[in-house]
Structure formats: structure tokens, C-alpha cells
Write a protein that binds this ligand. Structure first.
Ligand SMILES: *Cc1c(COP(=O)(O)O)cnc(C)c1O
Length: 360
């Protein structure tokens, strides 16, 4: 820290992204990216757009918003796009943080408390139940803004649309943000609810199900007046927040949604297979509606699993957080990648069991 850093920033603890190794070829199951490449049209339109890079991008992102609006059966006034859904969340915290606190689960996406701390927004973390699920009764009539990742991360559990609606309905005078980064892997989106409730914001991303994490593209769907608020903030920070290449890529990805639907189906099938294999190996595994599994072994600690899999060339995520320290989060890759993971875990467990027999 330099001696010039503002006093108000000195205690900030920034978000820690998962590793992005540069020199070693890992089987990368640590940041919930898609194992599949973008669709052919995406590659084509991005190449074509390169010649226009001397010009600014459309600050209204109109072509992409029109495509998203058509796809989700809303109007363009209900849609805002951003530089990843992280930026959309940033706009939301800036727009609505202040007098009211934000509530979110104690185990959820790590960026929510980071934004609150950055903007000095009060927040309260509501403990997940003993099964690491969200109990919706904890969110009834709260009188505070609420952020819920559905499916939740890093647990993968998913609330039903009726449960989400119950939360929104009982908090009509505050904002309810539903972060649907993983909704395409088996959950029901709450997007249709924006027609009945003016306090709900649905946040989604192209990073997970649409193989575009590196392009940085996210969006929110909400009432017209909420989108206006978010645009006021956006135009106060960076009107050109989404670049030309990414805008074109996003439009192409929506047009080729069959390709991505097929990938999601494949990932869901591979998730089921991996779930069963992990259970057979003796892991506790949480039922997941996302592109990752959250699991723990009662023989090897989460930290050791992380380190020893890394030695075998497989990267997974481990969180040094009290309630979930025993767990590992495993992104669902291709079937071949998951076979390698199961092979690696089997070897680790066999080694461990042999060592224990030796000791007795
Ligand atoms: C990955 C993720 C995001 C951020 O996605 P980007 O669009 O890449 O910024 C937001 N929320 C949750 C819950 C995520 O897992």
C-alpha cells in the first residue's frame, strides 16, 4: 500500500479469483468455465468485427439487448448489459446501497461482501441451514435488500421458482436480486416474474453456460425503472462498458442457442455421472443444479485434496472458510476430464487407505 491510499480503502479485502495458471497445462476444474469452445458463428463474427475496432462500441448495446429481449420474451427496456455480471452487480450495489442493508447467505458468491465493504454498505450474512441449503423462511419480510445466487455458489443448491417468488412477494418494498449465473444447468429462471414484481432484478452471464468467460458479458433483466437507475450509474462510470467484439459474440451466441443448450445437457449428464462416482468413493456430495459439485471426504481434508490433485495436474477449488473448509468445489468438465478426476481421487484414497492399514 502506498502512503497515498485513502483511509477509507485501507482495510479493503479484495475478491480472490480462482487460479488461472499460465505455464502448466492443468485439467482446469476450478473456476466453473465451460469445457466447450464458443460456437462457430461467434468466432466468425468476432473476426469480422476486428476491422471496426477504431470506432467506439454502441453505448446502448441495442442490437444485443434486442436479441436478449426476444429470447427472454421481455422488451429491450427491461435489459441492461455489462462487462460480466460482476459489473452488473457492481451497478446494483452502487444504485441501491445506502440506507438499507443487504442480506445474503453466509456461504455464497464471495463478491457480494466485497462490494458492500468497498461502498461501505451495511450487510448481514444469513447462515445456510445444516445441509448448506437456503431456508426461505429466513428471508420473509426482511425490510432489507436481498441477494440470492440461484443456484447458489459454491454449494450448487437451487430454490424452486415458487420459493423465489415467495421471497420477492414478502419483500415488495426492497430490492431482491436473483443471481442466475448457473440457471442454465437445470434450475427455473425467475425472469417471467419481472412482469409481476417491480422489485426483482435477475442477473445472468455468458461466462458459464455460453463459453464466454474471457469475453466478459453479463446482463440484468428487471422493470423499466430499475434498468433506468442502473443506466444512470453506468453512464456515470463507463458508457462503453461492453466492447465491440463482445457485443457481436453475444448476439451470435444467442442466435446459436441450440449449440449451448446441447452443451448444457452434456454437462448435466456428466454431472450426474460424476455425482454417482463421488458417492461410490465415499464422498458426501450436495445435489447440484449447476456446472459444479460441492463435496467432502471424511478421509482426506479439502486442503489436502486440493494440493494432491494439483500435483496430479488437476485444479479444483478449495475455500479457506470455517463452515466449508472440508469441502472442495469441482467444475464439471468433459467426460474425459471427469474420468481423470475420478481416477486421481481413487488413487489418493487407495494410497491413504494403504497407509492406514500399514499403521495398524
Ligand atoms: C461466475 C459468477 C458471477 C460472475 O460472472 P461474470 O459474468 O464472469 O462476471 C456472478 N455470480 C456468480 C454466482 C458466479 O458464480
Amino acid at each position: 500500500m502506498s502512503r497515498f491510499f485513502s483511509k477509507r480503502n485501507r482495510n479493503l479485502v479484495p475478491y480472490i479469483p480462482g487460479e488461472q495458471p499460465k505455464h502448466v497445462e492443468y485439467i482446469k476444474l476450478n473456476t466453473n468455465e465451460s469445457p466447450y469452445p464458443p460456437s462457430p458463428l461467434v468466432e466468425k463474427v468476432v473476426k469480422e468485427e476486428c476491422s471496426s475496432l477504431s470506432l467506439y462500441s454502441d453505448p446502448e448495446c441495442l442490437e444485443l439487448r434486442t436479441e436478449l429481449a426476444k429470447f427472454y420474451k421481455v422488451s429491450t427496456e427491461h435489459v441492461i448489459v455489462g462487462n460480466g455480471s460482476d459489473e452488473i452487480l457492481n451497478l446494483i450495489f452502487l444504485a441501491y446501497g445506502g440506507e438499507e442493508s443487504f442480506l445474503f447467505p453466509d456461504v455464497t458468491y464471495g463478491f457480494y461482501p466485497v462490494y458492500c465493504n468497498l461502498y461501505h454498505i451495511p450487510y448481514k450474512e444469513i447462515p445456510l441451514d445444516y445441509k448448506l441449503s437456503i431456508n426461505i423462511n429466513d428471508y420473509m419480510n426482511c425490510n432489507n435488500h436481498i441477494v440470492i445466487a440461484n443456484p447458489n455458489a459454491p454449494t450448487g443448491t437451487c430454490l424452486t421458482l415458487a420459493e423465489i417468488e415467495a421471497i420477492i412477494k414478502s419483500n415488495k418494498d426492497t430490492i431482491v436480486v436473483i443471481d442466475e449465473a448457473y440457471i442454465d444447468f437445470g434450475g427455473d429462471s425467475a425472469i417471467p416474474l419481472i412482469h409481476r414484481y417491480d422489485n426483482v432484478i435477475i442477473v445472468q452471464t455468458f461466462s458459464k453456460s455460453r463459453s464466454m468467460a474471457g469475453a466478459r458479458l453479463g446482463y440484468a433483466i428487471a422493470s423499466e425503472s430499475i434498468i433506468k437507475d442502473l443506466n444512470t450509474i453506468r453512464y456515470s462510470i463507463n458508457p462503453y462498458n461492453v466492447n465491440r467484439l463482445t457485443l457481436k459474440a453475444g448476439i451470435a451466441a444467442i442466435r446459436e442457442h441450440e449449440y449451448y443448450d446441447a452443451n448444457c445437457k452434456e454437462i448435466i449428464a456428466t454431472r450426474q455421472w460424476t455425482f454417482t462416482m463421488l458417492i461410490n468413493l465415499g464422498f458426501d456430495v450436495i445435489e447440484s443444479k449447476s456446472n459444479f459439485l460441492f463435496a467432502r471426504s471424511n478421509e482426506i481434508s479439502g486442503c489436502t485434496l486440493y494440493e494432491e490433485l494439483k500435483e496430479k495436474g488437476i485444479l479444483i477449488r478449495h475455500f479457506n472458510k470455517p463452515r466449508i473448509i472440508d469441502y472442495i468445489r469441482i467444475t464439471i468438465g468433459t467426460k474425459e476430464q471427469m474420468e481423470a478426476l475420478i481416477q486421481g481421487l481413487t488413487e489418493l484414497l487407495v494410497e491413504r487407505r494403504e497407509e492406514e492399514n500399514f499403521e495398524y
